[in-house]
Design a protein around this ligand. Structure first.
Ligand code: HEC
Length: 111
């Protein structure tokens, strides 16, 4: 029984940081590539619901790229959205945005 508990504890210690890391990677990508125009990521994330983010970030962020490619004001981001780096970041960004979506329950309730 003792062995089993130790196993579960170890499993837990291994899995929790992994889940956290996905959100963390997304946050890092956000800070690198979105913050200059959109400011704080948690506010942007909280502007939409989980389902909406899932749709926007579907197919490796295709929709999000479209929104920016269609806007002259977002011109400075065009290189990024056309780059493979964005396709790679898209999954992590989705994790981050969904994690802090308006209906995720993870946003501090101050408004
Ligand atoms: C160069 C500045 C710039 C960068 C970098 C940028 N955006 Fe944008 N973003 C814009 C502009 C401008 C718009 C408004 C487009 C329009 O509707 O004309 C926009 C629109 C959006 C929208 C739609 C807003 C809405 O309410 O529907 C989302 C979501 C979004 N951006 C998320 C992101 C994310 C996530 C990143 C990083 C991967 C990012 N943006 C990077 C400038 C930027």
């Amino acid at each position: 029984m003792n062995k089993m508990n130790r196993f579960i504890t170890l499993l837990f210690l291994a899995v929790v940081p992994m889940l956290d890391a996905a959100t963390y990677k997304g946050q890092k990508a956000y800070i690198e590539s979105c913050k200059s125009c959109h400011g704080g990521g948690q506010e942007l994330a909280a502007s939409k619901k989980m389902r909406t983010w899932e749709k926007i970030m579907d197919k490796k962020g295709e929709k999000l790229a479209d929104i920016h490619m269609a806007s002259k004001r977002a011109e400075a981001s065009w290189d990024y959205f056309q780059d493979r780096k964005f396709t790679k970041d898209a999954r992590h960004l989705e994790d981050f945005l969904v994690e802090y979506a308006r209906d995720s329950g993870n946003v501090p309730a101050c408004n």
